[in-house]
Ligand binder design. Structure first.
Ligand code: GLU
Length: 478
């Protein structure tokens, strides 16, 4: 269910308010602002599936926000709370997200009103294939027009079913596999897509902490190493972000909030142990090495250096924004901070790394997967051994020279091993993702520091992305 309180604007209105705040600082030709803001079309489908001796009717959506570039791109969410307003808000965020990270797509999003936990695998497959059929029939799944991906409640399995359904309906389309991304590796997926959004959050924080001016604005000081973190939601995104930050960057995960309460341990939680506990027990309750709080949302208000909302929209809203103590929030989820809460936090000087940037790792690696599908070859397949051969040449030459210099000049075996290895697909994907996250952050940072009328990263992100969308409309003569 959406956590946005009734006295606050809806999710879509919240996104529009943030958009309007940025656009007020721009000089767009009359009418273009509205053209960019509005959703182009939202398709609603109701379809029946024969299940358990009867027919069940399901409602699904696919919203296309902007077609300034095609295909349009964005996930498909399975949740009972899915509704048109939410799907349109998420589609708009996809437009801005893709523009910001220079993924050459327009924005789209889909959803199916369903609680996937109520169905077994076979039932889910039938429902998913039927939904995919309804969308594909209208080109709302199509390698050149509309390319879905996973979102909350969906994953590799659902993407494989959708891709197969599309391929069955388009038997001569050589590019059929590019019709959805986030597929399993053996069905046309790419290494590193599952971890991509969490990995992107990690790269975003690393880039943030590279500039002391940015860190200073949070009052935190120092490096990413040793920072305390509270994560809300240990799904695919929250889990990977928390895991990488704790195991590779020296962060301490002191709080994890889930649907059945929160875990807290000042000394740091073992992310994999918590994840395994959730898998076997269905929730965090009973996990041994932590204090459990039934009222999970209260832990959002605990002191920590970095707060990572990684689940639903609207979790930080007018009812709790004033109690948030973290000086730095990174929005791993889409829309976790409402427009009203954003105003309060901005006034208090909380730094927010906004969703359209922070969680763009997923769509960035989706872009790589789509390119891989269209080129029909794994990244690195042609270059890897050639790269290794060239490295071997250099090492042989260096060894020959160092023979004359004595043992202290010989290379360490570890260096040789690492240097010799040509990059495989996973390394290339990570490199491309890291580069994308750095460049996109730098474009926001420049606006944040250089413009006096911009004092937050969200407005900076909107300015950069709207400018890009506007430029492509202009190029089309609109
Ligand atoms: N659902 C993800 C998002 O919100 C991924 C979208 C994609 O890969 O197309 O960004």
């Amino acid at each position: 269910m959406s956590l946005i309180p009734g006295n606050e604007p809806s999710f879509r209105e919240s996104v529009d308010l943030m958009f309007n705040r940025a656009v007020a600082l721009m000089d767009l030709p009359p009418g273009l602002e509205e053209k960019i803001r509005v959703c182009n079309a939202t398709y609603t489908v109701r379809f029946g599936v024969r299940l358990r001796g009867g027919i069940q009717t399901f409602t699904g959506y696919r919203s296309v926000h902007s077609e300034h570039m095609e295909p349009v791109k964005g996930g498909i969410r399975y949740a009972p709370s899915v509704n048109q307003d939410e799907v349109e808000a998420l589609a708009a965020l996809m437009t801005y997200k893709c523009a910001l990270v220079e993924a050459p797509f327009g924005g789209s999003k889909g959803g199916l009103c369903i609680d996937p936990r109520q169905y077994d695998e076979q039932e889910l497959e039938r429902i998913t294939r039927r939904f995919a059929y309804e969308l594909a029939k209208r080109d709302l799944i199509h390698p050149a027009q509309n390319v879905p991906a996973p979102d909350m409640g969906t994953g590799e399995r659902e993407m494989a079913w959708m891709a197969d359904q599309y391929a069955r309906m388009n038997t001569t389309d050589i590019n059929a596999r590019a019709c959805v991304t986030g597929k399993p590796l053996n069905a046309g997926g790419i290494s590193g897509r599952v971890e991509a959004t969490g990995r992107g959050v990690q790269y975003a924080l690393r880039e943030f902490f590279r500039d002391p001016r940015d860190v200073e604005r949070t009052g935190l000081g120092g490096k990413l190493d040793g920072k305390t973190v509270i994560v809300q939601g240990l799904g695919n995104v929250g889990y990977h972000a928390a895991k990488f930050l704790s195991s590779e960057d020296g962060c301490r995960i002191i709080g994890i909030i889930e649907h059945d309460g929160a875990l807290y341990n000042e000394a740091g939680l073992d992310v994999d142990a918590v994840r395994n506990w959730i898998m076997t027990h269905g929730g965090v309750n009973g996990f041994p090495d932590a204090t459990h709080t039934a009222e999970g949302a209260a832990v959002l208000e605990q002191p920590c250096d970095i707060l990572i909302p990684a689940a639903l929209e609207g979790v930080i809203n007018l009812s709790n924004a004033r109690n948030i103590q973290a000086p730095l929030i990174i929005e791993a989820a889409n829309g976790p901070v409402t427009a009203g809460a954003d105003d309060i936090l901005r006034e208090r000087g909380t730094v927010i790394i906004p969703d359209m940037y922070a969680n763009a790792g997923g769509v960035t690696v989706s872009y790589f997967e789509w390119v891989k599908n269209l080129s029909h070859i794994r990244f690195g397949r042609m270059q890897r051994r050639q790269e290794e051969a060239r490295h071997e040449l250099i090492l042989a030459e260096l060894e020959r020279l160092s023979d004359h210099l004595g043992d202290q000049w010989s290379m360490t075996p570890d260096f040789k091993k690492k240097y010799l290895r040509g990059a495989d697909e996973l390394e290339l994907v990570r490199s491309g993702l890291d580069d994308t996250m750095r460049i996109a952050y730098q474009s926001m940072r420049d606006v944040w520091h250089e413009r006096e009328d911009v004092n937050d990263l969200r407005t900076a992100a909107y300015l950069v992305s709207i400018e890009k969308v506007a430029a492509s409309y202009r190029a089309k003569g609109l």
